[in-house]
Design a protein around this ligand. Structure first.
Ligand code: NCD
Length: 313
């Protein structure tokens, strides 16, 4: 165990709970795991430890990369894949009761839930570390960490970049957490969204209060011309009241191959995935397309988080 690990026993609920130094400690540990995995498929630091994954909303990457990360560290996983319908929540069990029970089944819990604040509620109940894998339109802190890892890995730095965030910035929890996380490195943020799907005002005010330049625009072309990184998000269909309302915004921004070619050379194209239609498949063949690498980096970052909260590094 290393005394420079600041996360032992901690919950990871909001990215704002972590200082810049703590974020850097996670990224450094992820880098060490990425290196070590070149020589061995497993780094058995968490032998005998158990991760519970409890997902009340759909997930492919977040759940599987957490589970893969736990296995790569030699630990075991227990899981309720569709907790909404197949756990006791369907019988009316509260998050509190679920937390009280899970703490005796697992050493760490990863939860995704549709309600903002649900991860905090679980952490208040459970005596083991709780990691927020998305609480409705709230936050997705582990995605923000892997997004930072991706930006640093692809650009060589996090400092002073011009970052375009495009799509559903109102409901997209990944951009909420990423904007807060990136703020430590003083980026210029260009937010591209239709007015009805704009980034929440209080978050923009918080970012500006930290001295960031934040510009809201509906003109994706003009924003792209300045961008070092473009982070595209899906219009979050499940957050709309009606299909008609969703259809009004579906397809509003589509990043195409010519648009990427016309941008600054070296622009990094990111997306938390799943993609619907907002990045044309032609972009995939460009070296700028980082989104599948981004998903791979998620394993190293989640290994770092698990090993750190469980005090194994
Ligand atoms: C995101 C999520 O669930 O917030 N997916 C992910 O975790 N990679 C993004 C999304 O669903 O659009």
């Amino acid at each position: 165990m290393n005394s420079s690990n600041p996360l032992i026993g901690r919950d990871i609920i909001s990215i704002s709970d972590l200082t810049q130094a703590e974020i850097c400690a996670v990224l450094d540990q992820a880098r060490r795991f990425e290196e070590q995995l070149k020589g061995a498929p497993i780094i058995p630091l968490l032998n005998g430890r158990i991760l519970a994954t409890v997902f009340y909303e759909p997930s492919t990457r977040t759940r599987l990369s957490f589970e893969s990360a736990m296995h790569r560290l030699g630990g075991s996983v227990i899981s309720v894949a569709d907790a909404r319908t197949s756990s006791s929540a369907a019988k009316g069990e509260s998050i509190y009761d679920s937390g009280k029970m899970l703490e005796s089944y697992a050493d760490v819990i990863v939860q995704r839930h549709p309600a903002v604040g649900s991860a905090r509620a679980l952490a208040d109940a459970a005596d083991v570390p709780v990691i927020n894998a998305g609480d409705g339109i709230g936050e997705h802190p582990t995605q923000a960490l892997l997004d930072l890892y991706t930006i640093e890995r692809e650009r060589g730095t996090l400092d002073g970049l011009t970052v375009v965030m495009a799509g559903d910035l109102k409901h997209g929890r990944t951009v909420h957490s990423l904007a807060k996380a990136l703020a430590h490195w003083k980026p210029k943020l260009l937010l591209c969204a239709p007015q009805a799907l704009a980034m929440p005002d209080d978050l923009i005010a918080e970012l500006r209060g930290q001295g960031l330049i934040v510009i809201e625009t509906e003109n994706m072309g003009a924003a792209l011309a300045q961008a070092d990184v473009v982070y595209v998000t899906r219009i979050q269909q499940e957050r709309f009241e009606t299909v008609e309302e969703y259809m009004r915004y579906k397809g509003i921004y589509v990043l195409t191959e010519p648009a990427v070619r016309a941008a600054k050379p070296g622009i990094v194209v990111m997306h938390p995935l799943p993609r619907v239609d907002e990045i044309s498949p032609d972009v995939d063949r460009l070296p700028n397309a980082a989104y599948f690498r981004q998903a791979r980096y998620g394993v190293f970052v989640r290994m770092a988080l698990l090993a750190m909260v469980l005090g194994a590094v």
